[in-house]
Design a protein around this ligand. Sequence first.
Ligand code: CP
Length: 352
Amino acid sequence: MHDGGLLQLRGMDRGAVVELLARAREFARQVGRESGARPIGADSGGESNGSESGARPIGSESRSTQRIGSESRSTPMVATMFFEDSTRTRLSFEIAARRLGVEALDIGPSSSTSKGETLVDSAKTIEAMGVDALIVRAGPSGAAHLIARHVSVPVINAGDGKHEHPTQGLLDCLTLCRALGRDDFDLSGVRVAIVGDVVSSRVARSAVAGFGALGAEVVCVGPVHLAPRSLEGLGCSVSHDLDGVIGDVDAVMMLRVQRERHGGTEVRRHEGGEWGAAGSVGAYRAGFALTAERAGRMKAGAVVMHPGPMNRGVEIDSEVADGARSLVTRQVAAGVVVRMAVIERALGGASG
Ligand code: CP
């Protein structure tokens, strides 16, 4: 297993998390300075090429040139293997790769897995073609770990089942630190509520690990079947009372109810109603949605996060999602620079 990959945040120490966040912040500053968003890895013909941030074109300095037939190849390649739908993660990995001067090749559900090829065989096949890193999103929890055990290139987990979504966790950390002015990436004394379908959420697991590594206190909030006490094993507390928590936290991260991960049991009992039956969304909203009224009871300066995709009018009201507290679009923007840092590290760049 290559140690340049990123499979999960759980178990990562503060130093490793901060190193990636600091590098992402450097990229953010650099991208912000670039009016034309010039690719960091592009040949600059002697111009500054990220020198202020220490960025190097991956493949021109940090890697040895590879011989392919009679031609040399110095442009590294990553393969994005997405076997679940994605807007933010897939595209931001592709943009991140481009900004680094890395080629991103997309292999999705239309690959030979539709003919019965296993994920591992697909990954080994792509590796054999000379790809330098694999970025994997797949339905089974542990899929990225499984692939990483069978290939020698770095594997980056872009979300595996209910397990983890580590680059999402990092972008959430970067966004929250910047919003709260924690330039040292120290979230000591900060309380974060993660609200909704926590049990189904890989985002929540990575967020608990990431925020926890930076010193924040996390409380997971939801109805009993979506936020069971067993989540405490992740290193957070659990509450079933959003109204009791909402005025006491510095950040609220709302989660979508992932009915597709409920094992085919569309109908879930929740106190006065059934999810999927008439009135059930109303029952859920009554207890656990971030309505405009609830958001109005948040502390001054407290912020609202959502990893997306959002179900407006279910877990979050549009006034809140688009309101002054919302960091949603900042989270998306942070995704690009975080993924730049993660790809760079995987390919043996500045952070490696
Ligand atoms: N947050 C997130 O993973 O979104 P996508 O499914 O659109 O990638």
